[in-house]
Design a protein around this ligand. Structure first.
Ligand code: HEC
Length: 251
């Protein structure tokens, strides 16, 4: 009897453990590099605005974010219509349009071997750490079709579009005393940004893509703040009320 009761429970626990481990092992196998934490912050509005600008200037030549409407972006990120039209809308005429790319998908596939994916949901499908690490781990590889390779996505058909900002990196493979191979990237020629500035530049893009993947996140955070504030204020009143009632009773 005792045995019968314990076994389904322990097998359930075992199953839960397997389910919890699955995404972790799947992730580790999928990524060639150790992912670095993006540490992006959705409540940082200037970062989101810079991210939108960086995305339009450096990514939208190839990638769309077709579920994002410019006017929604403006409302969420406090960007005025004028700012939007002058600084962000190179590929659209009206603020009600979505962030699409002028490049036809067929041509893109022919040029790159692979059509650049729409990035609306990429932060949800790949995760922010993946994108952050991906954008920072391009390195020079002579003989590859793009002249570059990537630690996260081996033989990526995306060119290293941020090289002028980051500078050029090379892959250094070292073998330690025990025969383990360690690879790391080394900056061989500096770009126009310092390594810290470049990390922030990429973090802003990742932050923007994180927002784009789930615009409700911003609202939820704002709402969360109000709920906490309400509970605190309510708590004070509840406490005062309790004191008031009990002074009468204790008398
Ligand atoms: C010149 C065209 C081009 C530009 C500009 C470009 N990309 Fe890409 N990107 C591609 C192509 C092509 C792929 C598909 C790569 C593959 O699957 O091999 C890709 C893939 C990706 C992926 C998926 C990576 C993965 O691991 O599957 C992400 C994320 C991405 N790009 C982000 C960006 C961001 C952010 C920018 C702007 C900084 C950008 N791209 C600029 C062409 C481009």
């Amino acid at each position: 009897m005792f045995n019968k009761m314990i076994s389904p429970r322990s097998s359930l626990l075992a199953m839960a453990a397997v389910v919890m481990l699955l995404p972790v092992t799947g992730f580790a196998a999928g990524a060639g590099a150790v992912l670095q934490p993006a540490n992006n912050d959705l409540s940082n509005l200037p970062s989101l605005q810079r991210g939108a600008r960086n995305f339009v200037n450096y990514c939208m030549g190839c990638h769309s974010a077709k579920y994002v409407r410019y006017n929604r972006l403006g409302a969420d990120l406090s960007i005025s219509d004028d700012q939007m039209i002058n600084n962000l809308m190179f590929a659209a005429e009206k603020t009600t349009e979505t962030m699409t790319v002028a490049m036809p998908a067929d041509d893109a596939a022919r040029w790159f071997g692979q059509a650049p994916p729409d990035l609306s949901l990429v932060a949800r499908s790949l995760g922010t750490d993946h994108i952050y690490t991906f954008l920072r781990t391009f390195y020079v590889e002579e003989g590859s079709p793009t002249g570059a390779n990537n630690l996260v996505l081996a033989n990526a058909s995306m060119p290293n579009v941020l090289w002028s900002l980051q500078g050029e990196q090379r892959l250094v493979v070292e073998t330690d005393a025990e025969g383990h191979k360690n690879s790391r990237l080394e900056l061989v020629s500096p770009g126009s940004l310092s390594p810290e500035e470049f990390d922030q530049f990429v973090r802003d893009i990742v932050n923007f893509l994180d927002y784009v993947g789930e615009p409700m996140q911003l609202e939820r955070q704002r709402l969360g703040g109000w709920v906490i504030a309400f509970l605190l204020v309510f708590g004070v009143f509840a406490y005062l009320l309790k004191e008031e009632i009990w002074t009468d009773i204790e008398k």
